[in-house]
Design a protein around this ligand. Structure first.
Ligand code: DGJ
Length: 763
C-alpha cells in the first residue's frame, strides 16, 4: 500500500513500513522498519535541532536545512552534502553540481516498461525531482511488494547540452543506528564467503568490475543490528536486479546515519546523455525483518519465488537432473550418453542434460564456441535423435550452451573477428579460457545469437537450457553496461515465447548468481565446487539471500575434483537434497550399493520435493555441533544434520525443530541411507566371524549384495518436545555396527522427515 499525506510518503507491505517526507524541497528519509502509521512521521523524524557547527547551510532561513546531516532519499553534489554522492555528472569535461528538488509524484499501477529486469507485480510510486539549472529531471521509483520494497532511479536530460554520467546509483538509502555489514565475496569454486564487517565512518565498498555480477562480490548483502541472531534483531537485506559490474558503499556519518549506495559500478563509467535522452538504473530490492537473519531470509525467499523468477516456474516442481559434465567432460558418444541415460532413468532422474562438447570440433575448451553445428561424429543422430531416445526412456532433454562467447579458434571468429569485444585501443586480445566475449552491443551479433539458439531449440525436444558464460570482460564501464542490456535483450527474445523451457544460468559456477539472471532463469548453478563440505558453506551463505529453489545442486564423485576430499555418498546426496537435485558423475562406475543409495536419495526427494524446493528454509545448529538446514511446509518438515570431522566418542546430540504446533504430535523418520561394507575398514575383522581384507574381493562382493543401513531412526514427540530438541541416534563410537546408530565417519550427515501424527494413529 502507498499512502501520501501532507507530503509524507508511506510505503507499507506485510509487516514493514518505509517512510519519507519532503522537507524544504528535499526527500528526507524518516524510517524503514516494522510497520507503523503514517501519522507517526513526525515522531520518527530525526531532529537536527539548530544545526551543527561547521556545516554549509542550504538556506540561511533554516539552520536545520543542512543537507550534510539530513537522512536523504537522494542527494546531489556541491550543495552542502559532503557525503558520497549517488550521482556524478560532467558537462563538457567538467564536473557539475546537482540539486534535485521535489516537483510532484504519481502512483502507478505498475512500473513503466524497461530494458532492465524489474520485479513482478509491484505497485509503484514515482517521485519526481528536478534540477532547473542543470536541465535535468530525476524520477525515483519506489515499488511495494508483499515482503520487499524496490527502488530505482531514472535521469532525463531536459537541457540543451549533452551531459556525461560518471556515476549513477540506483538508490541512496539512509538508515539510523549501528550496523554490521554482511557480504558474500569469493572466487571460482570458492563462492559466497560470508564476511562480516562493522559499519563505521570509514567507507566500505563492495564492487565488481569484471562485467558480471561476479563470484568476487555477490550484489546481495545485509545490514544487521549488532548482536542479531537467526531469530532476533533488526536485519535489512538488499539486492540488485543486475548481472553486470556493480557497486555498493556503506558509511556511517557522525550523526549515526548509515548511507547505503548501490548501483552500477562507476569504475571507468562514462555515459553520454544527449538532450531528450533518459538513463535508467537497475532495480534495488530491500527488505526488513525484526526477526533476525531467519526472518529476513524468509522475506527475500518469498520475494524471489513469487515476484522475481519467471511466472511459469513459480511453485512448479523442478526436475531431477543428470548432467554429463563431471562424468564425461568432452569425451562422449551417443551410445555412452544413452547408457548413462538408461542408468539415470533407472535411478529415478527425470532430465538428462548434455553439457559442453556437442558441437563443432569441441573436444576441449580450446575451440569451437560460436560454431553451434552438431558434431555428428559424437552424435550420429543429432540432437533430435538423442533427445527422442532419452524421451523414450522417460527422460526430458536439456542442453548446455554458451552463446555470449566465441572461441579464438572457431569458424565464427575467423568469419567475424569484429563481432568479438576488443580492447578499446586495439591491443592484442587477452583470452580467458581460450575465448572472447561476443559484442552484445552490436545488433547483428544479437540477431546471430538469437537465430542460432532458436534453431537449436527448435531442432530437438529440448525442455531445459544451461546458459553458461565463462570469462570476464575486456571492455570497460559503458560498454560493460551496454553488454548487459544486450544480454537481457537476447534472453527476452529467445525465452519469452518459450516459458516452459527451464533455464539454468551458470557462469563458471556462481559467477553470475544474481537477481538479474533469476528474472530469466529460475535456478542457477551455485558453483563448480560440488564437494559437499564446500557446498554446505556456499549454500548456507546463499540461503541468506536466495531460496533453495534457485540452487542447482548436484552429487558428484569422491574424492572431489576440486578439493581431493573424500566424502560419504549419503552426505553428497543430503546436501544436494536442499536445492534442485541433480547427479553429475559417471554412473557406470558406481557399485550396486551406491546405486541403491542414489535410488533412495531420489525416492526421498520425490516424496518431499515440494518441501525441499519451496518450503520455508531455516538455519540452526544442534547442541552436538551439527549444522542444521530445515525446510518446512504446512504438511511437513525436513531437517538435515551435517557434521564435519568425526570426533572419537561423540556425545549426545539433540535436534531442535522450529515452527511446529507445541500441542500436536509428530513422527520423525530418518532417510534410509546406505553404507558400504568396505566403509568399516579393518573393523570388519573384529565384528565378523571370518577375517576379511577390507580392500579385497570378498568385501567388494559383500558390497554388491548386502545393505547396511545407517542412522535408521523413528520417534514421535509433541511439537513442544521438538522445539526443545529431540535426541538423535548415537553416533559411531568405535564399538561396532548398529543399524539404529549413526555410523558416521568424517562429514557424516542424516536427513529427517517430520510429519504430524494423525489423530487416528496410536502414539
Ligand atoms: C563451466 C560450468 O560451470 C560447468 O558446469 C560446465 O558446464 C563447463 N563450464 C563446461 O564447459
Amino acid at each position: 500500500m502507498i499512502t501520501v499525506k501532507n507530503e509524507v510518503f508511506h510505503l507499507q507491505n506485510n509487516g514493514s513500513s518505509y517512510l519519507f517526507r519532503i522537507r524544504d524541497g528535499y526527500p528526507e528519509h524518516l524510517y524503514f522498519g516494522t510497520q507503523v502509521e503514517t501519522g507517526d512521521a513526525e515522531a520518527l523524524a530525526p531532529a537536527p535541532g539548530c544545526g551543527w557547527g561547521g556545516s554549509t547551510l542550504y538556506s540561511e532561513r533554516s539552520n536545520a536545512c543542512c543537507l550534510d546531516i539530513l537522512p536523504l532519499e537522494w542527494s546531489g553534489a556541491g550543495r552542502g552534502d559532503y557525503r558520497e554522492s549517488p550521482l556524478e555528472l560532467s558537462v563538457e569535461g567538467s564536473p557539475v553540481s546537482t540539486d534535485f528538488r521535489f516537483s510532484g509524484y504519481e502512483i502507478l499501477k505498475e512500473q513503466p516498461a524497461s530494458a532492465l529486469p524489474l520485479s513482478r507485480g509491484q505497485s509503484v510510486l514515482a517521485l519526481r525531482l528536478s534540477d532547473k539549472e542543470a536541465g535535468l529531471r530525476l524520477t525515483l521509483y519506489y515499488g511495494v511488494l508483499p515482503t520487499v520494497f524496490t527502488r530505482r532511479a531514472v535521469l532525463e536530460n531536459c537541457g540543451e547540452r549533452p551531459v556525461s554520467i560518471r556515476k549513477f546509483m540506483s538508490a541512496c538509502t539512509e538508515l539510523q543506528g549501528p550496523f554490521v555489514l554482511h557480504t558474500f565475496s569469493g572466487g571460482w569454486v570458492a563462492e559466497a564467503q560470508h564476511t562480516v564487517t562493522p559499519v563505521t565512518m570509514a567507507r566500505v565498498c563492495l564492487e565488481s568490475t569484471t562485467g558480471a555480477s561476479s563470484n568476487r562480490a555477490n550484489p546481495g548483502f545485509m545490514l544487521a543490528a549488532p548482536g542479531s541472531t537467526e531469530t532476533d534483531g533488526a536485519v535489512y537485506g538488499f539486492n540488485l536486479l543486475y548481472s553486470g559490474s556493480h557497486y555498493l558503499s556503506v558509511q556511517q556519518s557522525l550523526q549515526g546515519v548509515t548511507r547505503v549506495l548501490q548501483g552500477i559500478s562507476p569504475a571507468n563509467f562514462e555515459w553520454t546523455l544527449a538532450p531528450g535522452e533518459t538513463f535508467e538504473t537497475p532495480e534495488v530490492v530491500m527488505a526488513y525483518s525484526g526477526r533476525g537473519f531467519g526472518g529476513l531470509s524468509e522475506r527475500l525467499h518469498t520475494y524471489i519465488n513469487q515476484n522475481l523468477i519467471p511466472p511459469y516456474w513459480q511453485n512448479r516442481p523442478r526436475p531431477i537432473i543428470y548432467n554429463s559434465w563431471e562424468g564425461c567432460m568432452f569425451d562422449f558418444t551417443e551410445s555412452r550418453l544413452l547408457r548413462l541415460g538408461k542408468t539415470a532413468a533407472r535411478l529415478g532422474c527425470e532430465l538428462f542434460v548434455l553439457d559442453d562438447g556437442w558441437f563443432g570440433a569441441r573436444d576441449s575448451d580450446t575451440g569451437s564456441l560460436g560454431d553451434y553445428a552438431v558434431n555428428f561424429k559424437k552424435l550420429p543422430h543429432g540432437l533430435q535423435g538423442l533427445g527422442k531416445k532419452l524421451g523414450a526412456m522417460g527422460l526430458g532433454f536439456g542442453l548446455w550452451m554458451e552463446p555470449e562467447s566465441v572461441s579464438h579458434d572457431s569458424e565464427l571468429y575467423r568469419a567475424h573477428p569484429d563481432w568479438a569485444l576488443h580492447d578499446s585501443l586495439g591491443r592484442e586480445n587477452l583470452l580467458g579460457r581460450h575465448q572472447l566475449l561476443l559484442d552484445l552491443t552490436n545488433p547483428s551479433v544479437r540477431d546471430y545469437i538469437v537465430q542460432s539458439v532458436n534453431v537449436i531449440l527448435d531442432s530437438a525436444p529440448i525442455s531445459y537450457v544451461k546458459w553458461d558464460m565463462n570469462r570476464h570482460s575486456c571492455v570497460l564501464g559503458k560498454m560493460q553496461h551496454a553488454f548487459v542490456l544486450g544480454l537481457y535483450d537476447v534472453l527476452h527474445r529467445i525465452f519469452d515465447s518459450r516459458p516452459e523451457i527451464l533455464l539454468e544460468s551458470c557462469s563458471s559456477g556462481g559467477n553470475r548468481f544474481d537477481c538479474g539472471m533469476l528474472y530469466f532463469s529460475p535456478q542457477i548453478w551455485c558453483s563448480d565446487d560440488t564437494d559437499p563440505v564446500e557446498r554446505l558453506r556456499i549454500q548456507t551463505s546463499l540461503s541468506y539471500l536466495y531460496p533453495p529453489s534457485t540452487f542447482g545442486a548436484h552429487v558428484s564423485a569422491s574424492p572431489h575434483a576440486q578439493t581431493l576430499r573424500a566424502t560419504p555418498l549419503s552426505t553428497r546426496g543430503n546436501v544436494s537434497l536442499f536445492g534442485c537435485l541433480g547427479y553429475e558423475l559417471d554412473l557406470s562406475e558406481l557399485l550396486p550399493v551406491e546405486q541403491a543409495e542414489i535410488r533412495n536419495q531420489i525416492a526421498f526427494y520425490k516424496e518431499h520435493r515440494r518441501t525441499l524446493q519451496y518450503g520455508r528454509f531455516s538455519r540452526s545448529e544442534t547442541d552436538g555441533g551439527g549444522i542444521v538446514w530445515q525446510m518446512q511446509t504446512e504438511a511437513e518438515t525436513v531437517a538435515g544434520v551435517f557434521h564435519g570431522l568425526q570426533p572419537a566418542a561423540p556425545g549426545y546430540e539433540r535436534l531442535a525443530v522450529s515452527g511446529l504446533d507445541a500441542e500436536k504430535r509428530y513422527r520423525m523418520e530418518s532417510r534410509r541411507q546406505l553404507l558400504r561394507v568396505g566403509d568399516f575398514g579393518t573393523l570388519l575383522r573384529h565384528v565378523l566371524p571370518v577375517k576379511l581384507n577390507p580392500n579385497g574381493l570378498a568385501v567388494s562382493a559383500a558390497d554388491s549384495h548386502y545393505k547396511m543401513y545407517d542412522g535408521a531412526q523413528v520417534l514421535t514427540a509433541s511439537g513442544a518436545a521438538f522445539a526443545a530438541g529431540v535426541q538423535l541416534a548415537p553416533r559411531f563410537t568405535g564399538t561396532g555396527y548398529d543399524a539404529n546408530g549413526r555410523m558416521q565417519s568424517d562429514f557424516g550427515s542424516n536427513v529427517y522427515a517430520i510429519k504430524e501424527v494423525s489423530t487416528h494413529e496410536p502414539h
